[in-house]
Design a protein around this ligand. Structure first.
Ligand SMILES: Nc1ccn([C@@H]2O[C@H](COP(=O)(O)OP(=O)(O)OP(=O)(O)O)[C@@H](O)[C@H]2O)c(=O)n1
Ligand SMILES: C[C@](O)(CO)[C@H](O)COP(=O)(O)O
Length: 219
């Protein structure tokens, strides 16, 4: 049995608006994406890491790896049109008969707690489809329907972990705009999703504000 993590970094980073793609921006003196990969390698050196990067960014990434003497082993796949397609490209590197758990994680989430990663992988061995979540800590208001009971909602993070065969089968479905994460793909395939506790530091670096928070979290 072999476990995998697919780290998706194939997006355009439009909301960050920086010249350098956001996954390569330094936080605490090191590119975001290197911190993310190192976190999973630290969790388990046996975990097989698959990095998904746009083809056009791969030369620059290799230059950065040389510059930072980054030596964590990984397999490389090309980014896709959407996050769903990037995950498909990553999954294609996992043998068709593989048994075990595969996680999918945003390259721009460098701070998943090791305990959270472990909980996601351990729970997926029986539940088969697991996502880390955090509670909503502010009042939640629907733009036309008014205040909603925040206890009914959770904020969804990654790594989202799945039985390998289940995720492979779910990702053969035709693309839908509703697929904003891997849980939505697996749920649409008909499998229930189990939620486990995430960690608040596990932010997705989406805007310059998030980058400032990430810099603080590195201290
Ligand atoms: N075609 C895509 C789109 C997104 N992602 C990845 O999915 C993660 C979450 O996406 P998000 O933060 O929304 O990144 P972007 O799509 O790059 O951002 P934006 O929507 O601002 O352009 C990121 O690690 C991103 O690189 C990907 O691998 N392939
Ligand atoms: C997968 C995800 O990180 C869960 O919170 C998120 O949905 C990806 O971000 P996007 O803005 O929807 O691409």
């Amino acid at each position: 049995m072999t476990d995998y993590i697919i780290i998706v970094a194939g997006g355009k980073g439009l909301r960050m608006g920086s010249d350098i793609p956001k996954q390569f921006l330094p936080i605490g003196g090191k590119p975001v994406l290197m911190r993310t990969i190192e976190r999973f390698h630290h969790f388990s050196e046996a975990l097989q890491i698959i990095l998904v990067l746009p083809k056009a960014q791969q030369t620059y990434w290799h230059e950065l790896c040389g510059q930072y003497q980054f030596d964590v082993p990984y397999m490389l796949a090309d980014g896709g049109e959407t996050r769903f397609h990037s995950v498909q490209h990553g999954l294609a590197l996992i043998p068709d008969d593989a048994q075990g758990v595969v996680g999918v994680h945003d390259g721009v989430r460098p701070f998943p707690a090791i305990d959270v990663i472990r909980r996601c992988y351990d729970t997926a061995r029986t539940a088969k489809a697991v996502i880390p979540v955090t509670p909503v800590v502010e009042t939640l208001r629907h733009i036309t329907e008014g205040t909603k009971p925040r206890g009914d909602y959770r904020l969804v993070q990654t790594p989202q972990t799945f039985d390998i065969q289940l995720l492979k089968a779910a990702n053969r479905q035709p693309f839908s705009e509703a697929f904003t994460d891997d849980a939505s793909v697996v749920e649409s395939y008909g499998h229930a999703i189990t939620m486990v506790e995430g960690n608040r530091e596990n932010i997705k670096i989406t805007t310059p504000f998030d980058l400032a928070i990430a810099e603080t979290l590195c201290r």
